[in-house]
Design a protein around this ligand. Structure first.
Ligand code: NAD
Length: 499
């Protein structure tokens, strides 16, 4: 019996030829001004590529390509079954290129290679395949009108979609926009984060190889205030699918108001509450999950359970378990197959996280673990998993999204106290309740103001289930059939049946 050898990722990375030019109308292109920016790997702080620095004129070329292709009907008027076949082939090509894509993702933004490979590439390919599979199975409606008329209620592709995505799951956040919008027949212009532009262009190349017509999927790498702003202000973009910070999400709404009132779907930040009640019968599992979900992706997850609420009667022993668990998440080389916590995306993010740790100490929270930078000899940007006890819900580390491996623990007396504090946040993305009392689990799940509530688990995930937030965590929903609603217009056609 043969076993697959474990890849030597460092050796593979030395052989990698990285092309970071834009992708417009089916081709790799330099920016029109010929400008580039450095792509720096957070693993060691070294420059690994020069990406095209797209500005308004490049965005304009990409939008024109998207619009012309949409109007041509080459994709938008294809039978859904034909679109399905292309998307399934595209997903196969993503999987066939999984090593290369995973390596690019890890080099670009620092996450451990085993997760780039096993989570990001797999989930992105699954997302493209799932929307391809779905699109020839969704039906429109006929309204129950009086007998002398017929009203068809149909969903039509919108036209040109602008997608602006963050750096924490570059492929996956892109796939969550690409899957539903392209399956529905739209053309798309994707602006990846300037901190992680590499995989987007490879995804586009593979789409062309799979048979997607040129112009359906364009990529304009560049900075937010240049390419991003130009895309969101563009008069010929019909909708923006944005994932990123609440601060920039606000700007998206302004850009829409300043331009053509394009639809804006915001998927924004979080400060998710994880509630542990003393009546839960497996506190070891709850502690392992509290730490594992917090430190996954270096804590750079919008839905990280970064506020851990623990009932006073079990607090000391439970917190001890969480601190012990956090020791399993020491930062390592992201290219090592055994690493579970990698580098933060860049030096700026490392400084931000260290700043929050200082603020926690200054406000009087008790540092129980971590609190320091790590692996400084590598030249990369690492922070040790950090646990604060004695946090109260008004402290900066309880109110603001840190986006790093920092857990804030808040003790509570009873259910009412826990729910009130959990809901006292400007965010409402995810939440969790751990209790063996079925009444309490349902009651609390209902009372928590969040787009997703987990009961006795965290990070359950499936493409069939919507993902998105309440309050300032956003207004759209990615994933599931509901995401198709964002990228289609609802049209009614009345037909008079005789006189
Ligand atoms: P960010 O808001 O700084 O940037 C996101 C994207 O917007 C990037 O491509 C950036 O270049 C672009 N951008 C920045 N300024 C812009 C401007 N003025 N005009 C147009 N575009 C602009 O966010 P980030 O730091 O890349 O990502 C982290 C954030 O994303 C966190 O808040 C996290 O919670 C959130 N996030 C949310 C979800 C979700 O599904 N709700 C998922 C992942 C990440």
């Amino acid at each position: 019996m043969s076993t697959n050898p474990i890849p030597d990722w460092r050796a593979k990375s030395n052989l990698l030829a990285i092309d970071a030019r834009a992708f417009i109308h089916g081709q790799r292109v330099a920016s029109l001004a010929g400008e580039t920016f450095d792509v720096i790997s957070p693993i060691d702080g070294k420059t690994i590529a020069q990406a095209a620095r797209c500005r308004a004129e490049d965005v304009d070329a990409a939008v024109k390509s998207a619009r012309t292709t949409f109007e041509s009907g080459k994709w938008s008027q294809q039978a859904p079954a034909k679109r399905k076949r292309v998307m399934l082939k595209w997903a196969e090509k993503l999987l066939a290129a999984k090593d290369e894509l995973a390596l690019l993702e890890t080099l670009d933004m620092g996450k451990p290679i085993k997760y780039s490979l096993g989570v990001d590439v797999q989930s992105a390919a699954n997302c493209i395949a799932w929307y391809g599979e779905a699109i020839d199975k969704v039906y429109d409606e006929i309204a129950p009108t009086p007998h002398n008329a017929l009203a068809l209620i149909r969903r039509e592709a919108m036209g040109v979609i602008g997608a602006i995505v963050p750096w924490n799951y570059p492929m996956l956040m892109s796939a969550w926009k690409l899957g539903p919008s392209i399956a529905a027949g739209n053309s798309i212009v994707l602006k990846p984060s300037e901190k992680s532009p590499l995989t987007a262009m490879r995804m586009a190349e593979l789409a062309i190889e799979a048979g997607l017509p040129p112009g359906v999927f364009n990529v304009v790498p560049g900075f937010g205030h240049e390419a991003g702003e130009a895309l969101a202000l563009h008069m010929d973009v019909d909708a923006i699918g944005f994932t990123g910070s609440t601060r920039v999400g606000r700007k998206m709404l302004e850009y829409s108001g300043q331009s053509n009132l394009k639809r804006v779907f915001n998927e924004l930040g979080g400060k998710s509450a994880n509630l542990i009640f003393s009546d839960f019968d497996d506190l070891d599992r709850a502690a392992a999950t509290a730490a594992g979900s917090m430190y996954f992706n270096q804590g750079e997850s919008c839905n990280a359970p970064s506020r851990l609420f623990v009932q006073e009667s079990i607090a000391d022993s439970f917190i001890e378990k969480v601190v012990a668990q956090s020791k399993h998440y020491l930062p390592g080389d992201p290219l090592d197959n055994n690493t579970v916590l990698g580098a933060l995306v860049d030096q700026g993010q490392q400084r931000t996280v260290m700043g929050y740790i200082e603020a926690g100490v200054a406000e009087g929270a008790r540092l129980l673990a971590g609190g320091t930078a790590a692996r400084q000899d590598t030249g990369g940007f690492y922070v040790n998993p950090t646990v604060f006890d004695g946090v109260n819900n008004t402290m900066k580390i309880a109110r603001e999204e840190i986006f790093g491996p920092v857990l804030s623990i808040i003790r509570f007396k009873d259910e009412a106290d826990a729910v009130a504090m959990a809901n006292d946040s400007s965010y409402g993305l995810h939440a969790a309740v751990w209790s063996s009392n079925i009444d309490r689990a349902h009651r609390v799940a209902k009372a928590l103001r969040a787009g997703t509530v987990h009961v006795n688990c965290y990070d359950e995930d499936d493409i069939t289930v919507p993902f998105g937030g309440y309050k300032q965590s956003g207004n759209g929903r990615d994933k599931s059939l509901h995401a198709l609603e964002k990228y289609t217009e609802l049209k009614t056609t009345w037909i008079r049946l005789g006189r």
